[in-house]
Ligand binder design. Structure first.
Ligand code: NAD
Length: 497
């Protein structure tokens, strides 16, 4: 089998039938009021589809369908081993439709087809399979009771779950939620980002095909301030899970408090420090990781290594290696299988990133690489990976999440200073440490306030490890058995013998 070329992908894109309607109670439907929005590709601005712009009336319909399906017990009371079989079948369907899903993802949000194919879709399938496989291996507890009593601690699905997800890994973020939510027996209303709704809409049909009963998975595309807000304020949603910005996460906590005190789990932004000590075991490897940590997925990664903390004594030797490594991360056409960096998700994100580059220049940071919009003639939204040296941690580019390929280089002199700078942020999602000194690695890892710490690598982990943040990076954890805590209620049943 030959690998598809850019022309092959373009050909397939032309013949792709793209569904833009919502999926409610087992069928595709337009928004209740017929509203749609244009779904444009950031690759070149082409119109991909008219997508249903759902609102409060659609939220009511989908939540009612989810509630009915939950109460019916068709899924919620199905034996865990049977739910497992359906989840695994769904994972298989993602793999069977891998190329179609990868193409949709790339067209919709601009990431390189190479990565949609090799990372996004396979990782989404793994998340569904892993959660499905886990569900018939999770046991309840028997309490340590006196002899004449029996205490059972069991887990039950919470009920109707609303999942609101972002645009940077659209299918994967959805599946990190859907895996444990569905495997636990809940019914779900999924709201993808208005910037990248297409794979979620397609996923609904595949889930139905796999055997998820009508009403158990509903997908409502639309704007956050409209259908997102309606779900967050809904009195019959039991649990709200979210991945997105800290700003919206805070708003959702207000909505939960103003409505029915729904359980709320938030995975939010980051400004992760990547700390390179002078005794790093391999400076070239550290430089390559630093480059991919800021350029992969156009820098639109919650765990992007956007603050590069370098020990002063190696700065002169290390930075040229980073700049060299970044040469392989230059933007190209996302459907070209050789491309490593694609388009930013849309014009608004492009303006945001260019605005931060202006701010960096304005605050006196020195531009070492990039800084410009390129390939403008394509009609797409491409920015060069950008490196600022001479950054102080007080500058706006070091404090705020840019969500684009903009790296801030900050120097430090001692491990204590590195930790102080690393933790001087409102975020706490991830951090990395490069050193050959085992004690220093562990001491530093303990001192860092972050949900994931990587040593001598960037972005390690798989489905077995929880993923989420400290501080204003959120509270919930995706992946691992810990994720099931979000989607289940604990019940204590006490029996007098
Ligand atoms: P965003 O917060 O703007 O939007 C996320 C989702 O929330 C979208 O579906 C949006 O429509 C919806 N939304 C917006 N306003 C809403 C409202 N008032 N009520 C209800 N829903 C609303 O985030 P984004 O721009 O889509 O994604 C980027 C952000 O996501 C970054 O901050 C990034 O760090 C974060 N992120 C975090 C993780 C993680 O696991 N911690 C993973 C990926 C992305």
């Amino acid at each position: 089998m030959t690998t598809p070329t850019r022309n092959d992908w373009e050909e397939r894109a032309r013949s792709l039938i793209i569904e833009g309607r919502a999926f409610v109670d087992g069928q595709y439907l337009p928004a209740a009021d017929g509203a749609t929005f244009d779904c444009l590709s950031p690759i070149d601005g082409r119109l991909l589809a008219q997508v249903a712009s759902c609102a409060a009336a659609d939220a009511d319909l989908a939540v009612a369908a989810a509630r009915r399906s939950f109460e019916s017990g068709r899924w919620s009371r199905l034996a865990p081993a049977k739910r497992k079989a359906v989840m695994i079948r769904l994972a298989e369907l993602l793999e069977i439709h891998r190329e179609e899903l990868a193409l949709l993802e790339t067209l919709d949000m601009g990431k390189p087809i190479k990565y949609s194919l090799s990372i996004d879709v396979p990782a989404a399938a793994r998340a569904l399979r892993w959660s499905g496989e886990a569900i018939d291996k999770l046991y309840g507890e028997v309490a340590a009771t006196p002899d004449d009593e029996l205490g059972l601690v069991t887990r039950e699905p919470v009920g109707v779950v609303a999942a609101i997800v972002p645009w940077n890994f659209p299918l994967l973020m959805a599946c990190w939620k859907l895996g444990p939510a569905l495997a636990s027996g809940n019914s779900v209303v999924l709201k993808p980002s208005e910037k990248s709704p297409l794979t979620a809409i397609r996923l609904a049909q595949l889930a139905f095909e796999a055997g998820i009963p009508p009403g158990v998975l509903n997908v409502l595309p639309g704007y956050g301030h409209s259908v997102g807000r309606a779900l967050a304020l809904h009195m019959d949603v039991d649990c709200l899970v979210f991945t997105g910005s800290t700003r919206v996460a805070k708003q959702l906590m207000v909505y939960a408090g103003e409505s029915n005190m729904k359980r709320i789990w938030l995975e939010a932004g980051g400004k992760s420090p990547n700390i390179v000590f002078a005794d790093a075991p391999d400076l070239a490897a550290a430089a390559e990781a630093a480059a991919s940590a800021i350029a992969f997925n156009q820098g639109e990664v919650c765990t992007a290594g956007s603050r590069l903390l370098v020990e002063r004594s190696i700065k002169e030797a290390f930075l040229p290696l980073v700049l060299e490594a970044l040469k392989t991360w230059q933007p190209g056409h996302p459907l070209d299988p050789a491309t490593n960096v694609g388009a930013l998700v849309d014009r608004q994100q492009l303006d945001t990133v260019l605005g931060y580059i202006e701010a960096g220049l304005g605050e006196g940071a020195s531009l070492l690489a990039g800084g410009r919009r390129i390939l403008e003639e394509t009609g797409g939204t491409y920015v060069e990976p950008t490196v600022f040296d001479g950054v102080s941690n007080a500058m706006k580019i070091a404090r705020e999440e840019i969500f684009g390929p903009v790296l801030s280089v900050i120097v430090f002199d001692t491990p204590e200073e590195a930790v102080q700078i690393a933790n001087d942020t409102s975020y706490g999602l991830a951090a990395a440490i490069w050193t050959r000194d085992l004690s220093k690695a562990h001491r530093t890892a303990r001192a860092l306030r972050a949900g994931s710490v990587w040593i001598n690598q960037y972005d390690g982990g798989d489905m077995t490890a929880p993923f989420g943040g400290f501080k204003q990076s959120g509270n919930g954890r995706d992946k691992s058995l810990h994720a099931f805590d979000k989607y289940t209620e604990l019940k204590a049943t006490w029996i007098k013998l």
